[in-house]
Design a protein. Structure first.
Length: 128
């Protein structure tokens, strides 16, 4: 059995550990709520970004020149099907590329904000 300064140090460490565990238990529901909010925001941002990118990305994707769709249209049925399929694929790729970039930036930014909030709350809880 420890006595003297070693016992006091052990007791302080155990108290500190209990305090830390208690603080983390108190933060857990709040963090779960933050994660749920983050997911809802990401879903909302994805929906808004999709609509914006879908509408805003169509004209540049169809423009002639670099990155645009510059296939020649032929009116025979077989060529029209191929043309349509390539056009659809081109538009999907253009919209998806812009959407992925935009969403990645927005979600990463929000995750950073949540992480900073978590760390600051943890620090406040541990220092009290």
């Amino acid at each position: 059995m420890l006595t003297g300064p070693a016992a006091d140090r052990r007791s302080r460490l155990e108290d500190s550990l209990r305090s830390l565990e208690s603080g983390m238990e108190a933060l857990t529901p709040e963090l779960k709520s933050e994660i749920g909010s983050l997911l809802e925001e990401a879903e909302r941002a994805a929906s808004e970004a999709f609509l914006s990118e879908a509408v805003g990305g169509v004209a540049p994707a169809l423009a002639e020149g670099k990155g645009g769709f510059d296939r020649v249209f032929h009116d025979d049925p077989a060529s029209a099907v191929v043309y349509r399929d390539r056009l659809v694929r081109h538009l999907e790729e253009a919209v998806r590329g812009g959407l992925e970039t935009k969403l990645a930036r927005e979600v990463c930014s929000r995750v950073d904000q949540v992480q900073e909030g978590i760390v600051s709350r943890r620090d406040r809880e541990c220092n009290h």
